[in-house]
Design a protein. Structure first.
Length: 76
């Protein structure tokens, strides 16, 4: 298991858990980040937000938010 922000560009993972307070979990779940959802890293630069693809949508997330989402890499 790794955090979402550690996936490399083009790498795919399956969301395992959301780590944070109820406000964070509620908001991020409403955006489609729920356990067992497949997510693909679209863009991950050395600074700024990460861009991920899930549920037929691209979503930009801050690195701190992405760091609170645990994923299971699909290639692992």
């Amino acid at each position: 298991m790794v955090s979402l922000d550690s996936l490399k560009t083009g790498q795919t993972g399956i969301i395992h858990s959301l780590n944070g307070g109820s406000g964070f979990i509620s908001r991020i779940s409403a955006m489609g980040f729920t356990p067992e959802t497949t997510v693909t890293m679209v863009s991950r630069r050395s600074w700024g937000p990460v861009l991920v693809y899930l549920r037929n949508t691209e979503v930009a997330l801050g690195r701190r938010e992405a760091g609170r989402i645990t994923v299971r890499r699909e290639d692992a």
